[in-house]
Design a protein around this ligand. Structure first.
Ligand code: UD1
Ligand code: UDP
Length: 372
């Protein structure tokens, strides 16, 4: 077989974390494949952190990020920028990940050039086009033009079958984020945040992240005000908040949480450090997608700060609870998990439903089979 060129495109922190294990695995297939790593840099600093942890050097960097960028900015900059690369490199397949606007625009560009598309983490759905926004739209649009669906779970496979997709094109691989956790597990990288947590091991540490566009405005204010109330009610609680670099998130977080000695607002962490932080926390509060998959793998309960999740497997397993963004409800749910030991143990000991850490190998074997 003539070597096939596989282009891998991503642009944000979570895509990078979840594509990094695929890139590392691809290196083992040097007889079969050539790689072409293209980053949009929809995120700049938060992307570069991941590239550094996994020692990945992109072949192309579109460097598109602007402060307060709009969805149209991202879509048009990626679409135009990547076209030039596709024309020059003529890849045999393009791999995109998940549901970001970089992934959607890259998939669209591949479609325009009639290049087969492999979608890693395909099939997630809420079936509400505004929750999460614009991710639900992005993922459905990508799946309309995908050739190989790499789905993380049986549930996500069923979503695609119900939509009439051909079973021959779908492979259940597990989520590559669990592969990433396998990689970061051995990291001994040091950080002030870890030292602080080690100094105060008697405290119950809560890890909080929030960045979703649909939570901008009142929902995010509710989240931060609720956490302030929780901390004021419980002297034993300490909160760590690696604040997303979105100017909207930065402003609200600093305004509401910026002045409390048991709430620690810090810069985004390198993923290997972040996973160590999860290990040291009691409880995770988040609206993040990826964290809903990682925390169960690290035996931590997660209260999901959204009205809907596309990750029902974690709900069924018992590690996730979707609690929305109502202030009273957040305060009550945290109180419950801090005081009810049985509930806490039940949630932390549930099985991780997102894979065994070997998803990338399955993805590469499937692509090899596709070209035979
Ligand atoms: C994006 C994705 C979202 C994903 C999230 C992960 C889209 C539309 N959204 O949302 O699905 O969950 O990433 O974090 O694809 N910024 C920086 N430096 C960085 C990163 C961001 O300064 O390294 C700032 C910029 O001002 C940027 C803003 O954050 O304009 C928002 O970034 P953007 O990628 O547009 O949206 P996210 O909310 O990060
Ligand atoms: N993460 C990180 N550093 C941080 C916060 C999060 O490396 O300070 C990682 C986290 O481990 C997870 C991913 O970023 O793998 C989640 O990204 P995010 O919440 O930004 O996006 P989402 O998953 O919601 O798309």
């Amino acid at each position: 077989m003539k070597k096939k060129k596989i282009a891998i495109v991503f642009g944000t922190r979570p895509e990078a974390i979840k594509m990094a294990p695929v890139i590392l695995e691809l290196k083992k297939y040097q007889d079969e494949f050539e790689s072409c790593i293209i980053v949009s840099a929809q995120h700049r600093e938060m992307l570069d952190q991941v590239l550094s942890v996994f020692d990945i050097k992109p072949d192309y960097d579109l460097d598109i990020m602007k402060r307060n960028q709009t969805l149209s900015d991202i879509t048009s900059d990626v679409l135009k920028g990547i076209e030039t690369v596709f024309v020059k490199e003529q890849p045999d397949m393009v791999l995109v990940h998940g549901d970001t606007t970089t992934s959607f625009a890259a998939a669209l560009a591949a479609y325009y050039h009639q290049i087969p598309i492999g979608h890693v983490e395909a099939g997630l759905r809420t079936y509400d086009k505004y929750f999460p926004f614009p991710e639900e739209g992005n993922r459905q649009l990508i799946d309309a033009i995908t050739d190989l669906f790499f789905v993380p779970t049986e549930t996500t496979k069923q979503n695609l079958l119900k939509e009439g997709k051909d079973e021959q094109q779908i492979v259940v691989t597990g989520n590559t984020v669990i592969d990433a956790v396998r990689y970061t597990k051995v990291s001994k990288t040091k950080h002030n945040a870890l030292d602080l947590m080690d100094e105060k091991t008697d405290q119950k540490w809560i890890l909080l992240t929030s960045h979703r566009r649909e939570n901008y405005g009142q929902p995010m204010i509710n989240i931060f005000e609720a956490i302030l109330e929780v901390v004021n009610n419980h002297k034993e609680i300490e909160v760590i908040v690696p604040v997303h670099l979105s100017p909207t998130v930065q402003r609200v977080a600093n305004e509401i949480l910026g002045d409390h000695d048991r709430i620690h607002l810090i810069e985004p962490l390198e993923v290997d450090v972040f996973h160590q932080v999860i290990n040291k926390t009691y409880l995770v509060l988040t609206d993040s997608g990826g964290l809903q998959e990682e925390a169960p793998a690290l035996d931590k309960p997660v209260l999901v700060l959204r009205d809907k999740t596309e990750r029902p497997e974690g709900l069924d397993a018992g590690t996730l609870k979707v609690i929305g963004t109502d202030k009273r409800r957040i305060v009550e749910e945290v109180n419950e998990l801090v005081t009810n030991r049985d509930l806490y143990i039940k949630m932390s000991q549930a099985d991780n439903p997102y894979g065994d850490g070997y998803a990338s190998g399955r993805i590469l074997e499937t692509i090899k089979g596709y070209f035979l």
